[in-house]
Design a binder for this molecule. Structure first.
Ligand code: AHR
Length: 506
């Protein structure tokens, strides 16, 4: 592995001040959202094996995966794409499975899709997980009628044609469907539209998506790719309050031509990755500024409905299936990104990591040879450790720490932190030490909070490239963290190098 020297490095103590008495905004649980696309083995082999599979399943859903996901407290799940959404015709995925037509998945490796996982299978999965469904509608190759009928099929309780069809297919009562995306990446795979053209299309489609009694849709416009602020500005002006939210996609990729390997990288690449990941804050801030121009009251939400790392596909896997390993570096990216989302929770109402199983920065990997093995990734463990942030009140913090200067002259802070007050009154604090070699001594002032006890968990590994596989599923997993000292209202923490710690302070 190539390790290049870093240009400069300063060492010193870290100071954190938590304003525990200044919390105003709730961290929407939807920031912990997930994304499952018909891509590679996310759905087929990942979430769904079908009722006849030798892999243990509950009516076709993989039992091991289902159990792990339930424990993660998934708040919202986006489906069926991604790019797939604008090729998807929902009527192909209802009725007896044997009668469903097949299609070629043109975006993702040309794989033949048999439509055995469709609307019923998805919405029933959401009910099992206790999460909100987030449907991505097809504006690229679909019709207004098709999208309107889908909404009616899922949510009408009346004696309407689509509700009758749903009942004929075995579901009496409508599902609850709140989040509805009108297209995906309309500037690219979702139709190659201009923002002006898309805005008109949004208004036309949206007109016919009727709220059914007891089910109001939260309408999400297909937003920009990372740095395209013009897209957001045009939509804010042209669509305005007809949308409830606008999305943005941000992938942690330094160079799309050379994404790099998931588990073999230099120290320098590691820091460049963190720098790119932290740039999400600039991107979010600028989109928020644009939104503030026409919506200073923040009625319209910003949804980061695709984010995550994107590495080279694992050798030997099917091209176009985006199957990648997941190391401690991915966990660090997850922790840093979540800390940023917390900070902008007054505008960022949802974020969906790409993707839930077997694709990109996944929570879970299942054996591609079909042996029935599965493994939890380091990213899963971060989401698990961070569960207490869901619906907690964001607390402002002041943080002073050193930084590492990358070869391109840009800085990566050695520590990232986020704090919140949970509904039970306890504080939750996340601390990530990005430094590959040095521990950080952190001194934390808790303003407006009398702390009595601290418990914690830590995620770290010998090497930042360490990962879990089917033979070694526990190489990277959280353990109890005890290196804290509470004295005279100050909490001192010794953070090991390349580690993520989450503390609960009572
Ligand atoms: O998550 C993989 C793909 O990335 C999605 O299908 C698309 O929306 C984005 O470009």
């Amino acid at each position: 592995m190539l390790t290049l020297p870093l240009l400069s490095l300063q060492a010193g103590d870290v100071q954190v001040r938590i304003h525990a008495d200044q919390g105003k905004t709730k961290i929407n649980k939807e920031i912990y959202g997930q994304f499952a696309e018909h891509l590679g083995s996310c759905i087929y082999g990942g979430l769904w094996v079908g009722p006849g599979s030798p892999i243990p399943n509950l009516e076709g859903y993989r039992l091991d995966v289902l159990t792990a996901l339930k424990d993660l407290q998934v708040p919202v799940l986006r489906w069926p794409g991604g790019c797939f959404a604008d090729d998807y015709h929902w009527m192909d995925g209802i009725g007896p499975r044997a009668d469903r037509p097949t299609l070629r998945n043109n975006n993702w490796g040309g794989t033949i899709e048999d439509n055995s996982f469709g609307t019923h299978e998805f919405l029933n999965l959401c009910e099992m997980l206790g999460c909100e469904p987030y449907i991505s509608g097809n504006i690229g190759s679909g019709t207004v009628k098709e999208m309107a009928q889908w909404v009616e099929y899922m949510t009408s309780d009346g004696d309407t044609p689509m509700a009758r069809l749903r009942r004929k297919n075995g579901r009496q009562k409508p599902w609850h469907v709140k989040y509805f995306g009108i297209g995906n990446e309309a500037w690219g795979c979702g139709g190659n539209m201009t923002p002006e053209y898309y805005s008109n299309e949004f208004r036309r489609y949206n007109t016919y998506l009727r709220n059914q009694p007891g089910n109001a849709l939260y309408r999400i416009a297909s937003g920009a790719s990372d740095y395209d602020y013009n897209w957001t500005r045009v939509l804010m002006k042209a669509i305005g309050r007809q949308m409830n939210a606008i999305s943005v996609h941000y992938y942690t990729v330094k160079d799309w031509g050379h994404k790099g390997k998931a588990t073999a990288f230099s120290d320098e690449e590691y820091y460049l990755t963190l720098e790119k990941c932290l740039d999400v804050e600039n991107v979010i801030r600028k989109h928020c500024q644009v939104m503030d121009e026409t919506d200073p009251q923040k009625h319209i939400g910003l949804m980061v409905d695709e984010w995550g790392t994107w590495w080279d596909e694992e050798p030997g896997t099917i091209p176009g299936h985006l199957y990648q390993q997941n190391s401690l570096r991915d966990a660090m990216v997850a922790a840093l990104m979540l800390n940023v989302y917390h900070k902008y929770t007054d505008r960022v109402r949802m974020a969906n990591i790409a993707q839930m199983v077997n694709v990109l920065q996944a929570m879970i990997l299942t054996d591609q040879k079909g042996t029935g093995h599965m493994v939890l990734t380091p990213t899963y463990h971060v989401f698990h450790m961070y569960k207490g942030f869901q619906e907690a009140t964001y607390l402002p913090i002041d943080l002073t720490c050193d930084s590492i200067t990358n070869i391109n002259g840009k800085n990566v802070p050695t520590v990232s932190a986020s704090a919140a007050r949970q509904t039970d009154g306890k504080l939750i604090l996340s601390l990530a030490n990005t430094h590959l070699k040095e521990a950080q001594t952190v001194s934390i002032q808790l303003e407006g909070f009398a702390a009595k006890s601290v418990t914690g968990r830590i995620l770290t590994a010998k090497h930042t490239s360490d990962f879990n596989d089917f033979d070694h599923p526990d190489t990277v997993k959280p353990v109890e963290f005890k290196d804290t000292r509470l004295k005279n209202g100050t909490l001192n923490v010794k953070l090991p190098s390349q580690s993520i710690v989450v503390l609960t302070i009572a």
